[in-house]
Design a protein around this ligand. Structure first.
Ligand SMILES: [Zn+2]
Length: 457
C-alpha cells in the first residue's frame, strides 16, 4: 500500500521537516511593511527552492506588482484530478513586540508547540502540503493525482495581485479543486471543513484641521480639534448594542434561515473558554438577537482597527493637534458587495464630518466573501481523510475570517476550495505568541495523505 509507506516516510522525515520550517519562520516576511520587501523576497526564494528540493517541477517565482507568487507542479497522473494547493508565506507584523515571551522570528519549541509569528498562519500549515507531497514522492516515486502549488506573499494584505496574475497565467493555475490549509479546527479532536469565508473591506480615514499643531491656550475652544471631530464620527458608526448604523449596511445581507441557525447552534461552543481566549472581558457584546457564533461567522461587522493623533508620550503637551487618523475594516457576508459597502461607509463618514475639519478617505483593500457547496465530490474525500486520522467526521463550519483567493478562484475558474485547516482556536493568529501544535502538523500531514490517495479515481 503506497499510503502506508508514505505515512512511514512522513514520520521519518519529521525532525528534518521541523528544522526546515524553523528556517522559514526565521524570515520576517511581513507583507504590510514595505521595508520588509527583501525579507518577503527571501521567503519566496526559500519556498521555491524547497518545492524543487522535494521533487516538484517547474518551481518558479512569479513577479507581480508587489510580492512574488511561488509556483510549482507535478503533472504526471494522466486521467486523475488536479489539485491546486494554496498557502501564503507572508505574515502579520509582530507588534506589540514586548508581549512576546520569546522573539517572534526566533522559533521556539515549548512542549508540543512551536512558537513564532506565522507558525500557524500560514507557514506551519503550508508545510503540511509540502510534507505530504514529499512523502508520496519518496515512498512511491509518483503522486496519485496531479498537483500544482500556488504560495503567495500578499494574503495578509488582501491578495491584491492575484486577480491580474490569474489573467496573465490563466492556464497555469487551472485545476479541479483548490486545497487550502489556513484555518483552524474547533478543538484537537474536532476537525472542521470551512464552507464559507467572509469578505473584507478596509479604509484609512484622515481628519485634518489646523495646518500645524496649535497652542491649546491660544486656539483651544475656538478651533475644532480633529481628534475630537474624528472620535465623534467614529462613535456614530454603531448603536449602543453593536448594530452598525451606516445606512443600507445590512440591505444585502442574506438572512440566516432556521436551518442555518440550527446548524450553527449544534457546533460545540464553550462560552467560558471563548471569553478566556478573548482576554476575559466581563461579558460578550454585539448585535442583539444573534448568538456569539452567529455574530462571528454569519453577520457582518465594522471594526475600528486603529486610532491615532496628538501627543501620547509621558507627561502632557497642551496641544491642539492638526490631524487624527483611523483605520476601519468591515467583515462582509453573502451577498454584500465590498465596493458598495466602501461607498456607503465613505458617504456616511463624510456626512458626519463637522464643517470645521477636512476628511479624506482612502481604500486599503477589499474582497468579497465566498461559500463552497457541501455537495462537491472532494468534500466526501476530505471527510473520509479526517475520519481516518481523527476518528470522527469533520464538522462543516462558516469561517469568520477572510481568505481572498476563495472568491477569486470561484470567479476566474469556477473552482471550489476545500478548506482543511489544522490550526487550533488558541493559536493566537495575528497576536503575540502565535503557535502551532506539532502534533497537529503530524496529523495534518497524515490527513492530507489520505486526502490525496482518496482523490485518485
Ligand atoms: Zn492565513
Amino acid at each position: 500500500m503506497p499510503i502506508t509507506e508514505a505515512l512511514a516516510v512522513a514520520q521519518q522525515r519529521e525532525p528534518q521537516r521541523l528544522l526546515r520550517l524553523q528556517e522559514l519562520l526565521r524570515i520576517p516576511s511581513i507583507s504590510t511593511v514595505v521595508a520588509a520587501k527583501p525579507d518577503v523576497e527571501q521567503a519566496a526564494a526559500w519556498v521555491s527552492a524547497y518545492l524543487q528540493e522535494i521533487g516538484l517541477e517547474h518551481a518558479s517565482v512569479l513577479e507581480t506588482g508587489r510580492n512574488p507568487v511561488v509556483y510549482a507542479d507535478w503533472l504526471h497522473a494522466p486521467g486523475q484530478p488536479t489539485v491546486l494547493c494554496y498557502g501564503h508565506y507572508d505574515v502579520q507584523p509582530a507588534d506589540p513586540a514586548e508581549l512576546w515571551r520569546t522573539p517572534p522570528f526566533e522559533p521556539t519549541i515549548e512542549g508540543d508547540n512551536l512558537i513564532a509569528r506565522g507558525a500557524a498562519d500560514d507557514k506551519g500549515q503550508l508545510i503540511i502540503h509540502l510534507a505530504a507531497v514529499e512523502a508520496m514522492l519518496k515512498a512511491d516515486g509518483r503522486l496519485p493525482v496531479n498537483v500544482k502549488f500556488i504560495i503567495e506573499g500578499e494574503e495578509e494584505i488582501g491578495s491584491p495581485s492575484l486577480d491580474a496574475l490569474f489573467d496573465t497565467h490563466h492556464d497555469r493555475f487551472q485545476a479541479d479543486v483548490c486545497l487550502i490549509s489556513d484555518s483552524h479546527m474547533l478543538a484537537p479532536d474536532c476537525p472542521v471543513i470551512i464552507t464559507s469565508v467572509r469578505g473584507l473591506m478596509a479604509l484609512h480615514i484622515e481628519v485634518t484641521g489646523p495646518h500645524k499643531d496649535l497652542h491649546s491656550g491660544i486656539f483651544g475652544g475656538a478651533v475644532q480639534n480633529p481628534i475630537q471631530a474624528l472620535s465623534t464620527m467614529l462613535a456614530q458608526l454603531h448603536d449602543a448594542d453593536g448594530h452598525v448604523t451606516v445606512p443600507h449596511f445590512y440591505d444585502r445581507v442574506r438572512p440566516l434561515t432556521d436551518e442555518d441557525r440550527a446548524g450553527l447552534a449544534q457546533l460545540p461552543f464553550d462560552r467560558t473558554a471563548w471569553l478566556a481566549e478573548a482576554g476575559q472581558p466581563p461579558t460578550d457584546w454585539g448585535e442583539p438577537g444573534y448568538t456569539i457564533v452567529e455574530r462571528t461567522t454569519s453577520r457582518p461587522t465594522l471594526e475600528i482597527n486603529g486610532f491615532a493623533g496628538g501627543f501620547t508620550g509621558d507627561g502632557i503637551k497642551t496641544v491642539l493637534p492638526s490631524r487624527a487618523v483611523a483605520k476601519i475594516s468591515c467583515r462582509l457576508v453573502a451577498d454584500q458587495d465590498p465596493e458598495e459597502i466602501r461607498s456607503l461607509l465613505s458617504d456616511y463618514l463624510q456626512s458626519l464630518a463637522p464643517p470645521a475639519v477636512r476628511v479624506t478617505i482612502q481604500p486599503i483593500q477589499s474582497g468579497p466573501g465566498a461559500s463552497v457547496s457541501r455537495d462537491h465530490p472532494a468534500m466526501k474525500v476530505a471527510s473520509a481523510a479526517y475520519k481516518a486520522v481523527y476518528g470522527v467526521e469533520p464538522l462543516f463550519v462558516r469561517e469568520g475570517g477572510s481568505i481572498p483567493i476563495v472568491a477569486l478562484l470561484q470567479k476566474k475558474f469556477g473552482m471550489a476550495s476545500l478548506m482543511m485547516g489544522f490550526g487550533l482556536p488558541d493559536d493566537g493568529l495575528h497576536s503575540p505568541n502565535e503557535k502551532m501544535s506539532l502534533s497537529q502538523i503530524r496529523r495534518g500531514v497524515a490527513t492530507i495523505l489520505h486526502f490525496f490517495y482518496g482523490l485518485r479515481g
